[in-house]
Design a binder for this molecule. Structure first.
Ligand code: 7TS
Length: 428
């Protein structure tokens, strides 16, 4: 697609070198929303860490389901119910393969990453963390991976410990042996920071957690959509992510867990589908994964998540990662060439995912976000649901550009031009 708008050249000329592994123009053609205009300018969507756009294949999976197959799952003998059940379970199998889970029953459908994290805190951790034990997280977590642990620690009289983030935006691994100790029950860490972009050494952390008999929970909300992730290679005990950040619909997410851990965990919610037998006095629990899927599940969105996984698998996650690495390197180069800008997180683009958070010392992030929106450019501004981290940089808000499969270098140029244009009003 070649689009031009006032002041913005979104022609593909600048993108030839990143079209090698991934045909960005063909990808863009699959996303109806990308031909929208915002404030009379072509949409430049750079808020992918918040949520991604949806290709027509995912939208079609949703409409096809409602037009052709809609029925409840796991309960009917009629054709539609059988077809709906098969499609729902096939999507689970696709997700399992995508993250190399050893068996599909280890993939639990949840509402989102937040629910997956809360599930582990309320079940496994509630049963295993006691007084005097500790829970280890990092200083760069999203609120969803802080607050459940604060609440649990308070309830259990346990300690919540943080692995620090260095000035370089990397996790400080120097003290992991003393921070993750014999009283640690669970280590819960983000794989990729949604603010700094930092890719954390999760395999090393898993190793240390296992040395002391703890389990590791990996918040993969910002990694599974962007890079190949193999739960067995990193030896994750639990791992979670949201479909809406990987071309899929909102309202559906995943919790992966090792079979034996999930099997011995108590249920999170009670109701239909998660039981084996109910008497007036008591109940017993269904097998995995159903023990954790009480009530009618989000059938259509699970199936559409399967379509999103198909789409990404066809692109190849190595190619997706390489594309984003090139955009990140280019974005770091271009944004840091501007005056008045401070970028948070690792300077070396090879150490980070496609997220660039920055502040402008003359323009408040919200003013910048609003002015860029006038030019059709969508970025996120604010604390990015990581208030303690953002505040640790001495600011209350930052601007953030985040990339995905359909973004181009010319869109990064549009962002940089947009910042310059905004400076004309704010910098004197
Ligand atoms: N963990 C990380 C690392 C995230 O980036 C997010 C969402 C979540 C957990 C929560 O995911 P949810 O699907 O349950 O909401 N991050 C963002 C963001 O950066 N901007 O908006 C949402």
């Amino acid at each position: 697609m070649s689009t031009t708008g006032p002041g913005i050249d979104v022609s593909p000329a600048n993108d030839v070198d990143i079209g090698r592994m991934l045909d960005v123009e063909a990808v863009r053609a699959d996303f109806p929303i990308l031909s929208r205009k915002i404030n009379d300018r072509p949409l430049v969507y750079l808020d992918n860490a918040a949520t991604t756009q949806k290709p027509r294949q995912v939208i079609a999976a949703l409409t096809n389901f409602y037009e052709q197959t809609n029925a409840n799952v796991h309960r009917g003998v009629h054709t539609l119910s059988i077809e709906a059940t098969d499609a729902y379970e096939l999507a689970r199998t696709k997700v399992a393969k995508f993250i190399n889970a050893p068996r599909p029953e280890t993939v639990i459908w949840t509402r989102n990453t937040s629910e997956s994290l809360n599930l582990v805190a309320a079940t496994w951790a509630n049963a295993h963390v006691g007084e005097g034990d500790n829970i280890v997280i990092t200083a760069m977590e999203h609120h969803s991976n802080i607050v459940p642990w604060q609440q649990l620690a308070a309830r259990k009289n346990a300690e919540l410990r943080y692995l620090a983030v260095g000035k370089d935006g990397l996790l400080d691994m120097a003290n992991i042996e003393s921070i993750i100790d014999s009283r640690t029950k669970i280590v819960s860490v983000t794989h990729v920071s949604n603010v700094l972009g930092t890719v954390n050494p999760v395999a090393e952390l898993a190793n240390r957690a296992h040395e002391v008999g703890a389990v590791i929970l990996i918040d993969a909300a910002q990694s599974v959509p962007h890079m190949p992730v193999d739960v067995q290679a990193i030896d994750a005990d639990f791992l979670c992510f949201s479909a809406h950040k990987m071309l899929g619909p909102t309202g559906i997410g995943v919790l992966y867990g090792k079979y034996d851990l999930l099997d011995e965990m108590p249920p999170y919610m009670y109701g239909g589908d998660m039981i084996l037998e109910v008497t007036y006095e008591d109940a017993t629990w269904n097998d995995l994964p159903y023990k954790f899927e009480a009530g009618t599940p989000n059938i259509a969105d699970a199936i559409a998540t399967g379509a999103a996984v198909d789409y990404l698998s066809e692109l190849g996650m190595e190619n997706v990662w390489e594309h984003e690495q090139q955009l990140t390197a280019y974005g770091m180069d271009q944004i840091s060439s501007l005056n008045h800008i401070t970028i948070f997180g690792p300077e070396d683009p090879a150490l980070k995912g496609g997220v660039i958070s920055f502040v402008h010392d003359k323009i408040h992030p919200h003013d910048l976000g609003t002015a860029l929106d006038q030019q059709g450019i969508a970025i996120r501004t604010g604390h990015h649901c990581a208030m303690p981290l953002v505040r640790s940089y001495g600011v209350v808000a930052a601007a953030r550009a985040s990339f995905y499969v359909y973004n181009t270098k010319t869109e990064i140029d549009a962002l940089v031009d947009g910042i310059r244009e905004t400076e004309r009003y704010f910098v004197r």
